[in-house]
Design a protein around this ligand. Sequence first.
Ligand SMILES: Nc1nc2c(ncn2[C@@H]2O[C@H](COP(=O)(O)OP(=O)(O)OP(=O)(O)O)[C@@H](O)[C@H]2O)c(=O)[nH]1
Ligand SMILES: [Mg+2]
Length: 447
Amino acid sequence: MLENQHNETPRAYIVGLRTTQTEERFRSSVDECATLAEAAGYEVVWIFTQNLPSVHKATYVGEGKIEEIRDTLENVPADAVIFDDTLTPMQIRNIGKILDTVVLDRTGLILDIFSDRAQTREAKLQVESAKLQYMLPRLAGLRQNLDRQGGNSGARSSRGAGEKQIELDRRHIEHRMTILRKELAQVKQERETQRNRRLRTGEYLVALVGYTNAGKSTLMNDLLQYYGDGKSKEKTVFEQDMLFATLDTTIRRISPKGGRSFLISDTVGFISALPTALVEAFHSTLEEAVYADLLIQVVDYSDEDHAFQEEITAKTLKEIGAGNIPMITVYNKMDLYREKQQGLADNVIIPPFPQAKEDRVYTVLKDKGAGPEIVEKSLQELIGLIESKRSAEEELHTFHIPYAQTGDLHKLKELGLPVSEQYLEDYIELQIRIRKELCEEFREYEA
Ligand SMILES: Nc1nc2c(ncn2[C@@H]2O[C@H](COP(=O)(O)OP(=O)(O)OP(=O)(O)O)[C@@H](O)[C@H]2O)c(=O)[nH]1
Ligand SMILES: [Mg+2]
């Protein structure tokens, strides 16, 4: 993690500006920004907020507020001042000059967290590419940051040398971006090959989506524990109480007792104002959802902001072209929700859980004292809902398969839900509920 010059946890201020948002929305955005700062390794020591009719062009917040921050810095030192928004290159530069400290915005912060967490080659390439794209127009301001992080501010050489350095940086970055683009294209190709192989087998694919820290990876691990194949221990994914614990896509097979098996993918979580550069760079990772037969949106129901988070998820799904895929919503962390409600108003109605209702299911996916039964019951309710969503997409077809082609009979039975199977004189008659597009390959047998 980060350390400052004195080998301590670096300290940060957060700055939020409220223009048109509601007071509530503004508060939770600033809180989320503080959590992001902590996820990036900072200790948040001060939060500044201001109400203005619109953003101040030169310094984002008003000049008076900037002075107040500067004065505070003299008494309460901080290693960075983080703004809960995307700043223009000019704002970063101006503010940096006045405050003489590292200036970060929400986008830069999220990019830092991503680059800290990236594990696979693909994630690393994607993050680096997004970071460079973000840096390019902001070089002047960022170079000031670098000098300050290096602790040699004031000892800078002449202005001309600084500009030369920026030009060198720019060329270096452009060169690196060309290389990255090529490597990313190759990674994309590999992913497409894998995906095509999977699509050809016609296996049912469920994609986990939703706001970061909702419990997607926890759900994946629960399913593996209860319905994974024998080696599920090695196959679990990383789950953690932090923003952006997952940055890669993992696909696993789940075989529920007595039910049909399916594939499930776990991937990056969404957040409000996910930087455009990141959405672009992570397109091939996020795109995994586009090829799913069913989406499972996991929501942290205990978070007061969950309705807004659902909106963000819907918006992001639309952006990546997955807006029309059938979806189930998992309202998770009901244990925490109930705990939070206790002692508050008497008249809140807590939805019964674990229980499925229409396209929703109310769950507890992590046993934090609630008992393992509650997790297992949550999974059963969810599996039931997946199965009913899946059969809703299927229709009844009848096939006559010659005895010499029993291989195809088995293939068909894997793809759908067999209703009856009769061994007649010339062929086997199979009645099966199956998705229309999967019948193509077997058209010659259709009765
Ligand atoms: N109390 C409670 N905590 C839960 C529940 N489900 C998950 N958690 C916790 O929530 C935290 C986040 O879970 P993850 O599964 O890592 O969340 P995620 O959606 O994969 O998050 P990202 O990968 O960051 O997008 C972990 O600390 C889990 O233990 C639940 O039902 N109740
Ligand atoms: Mg995760």
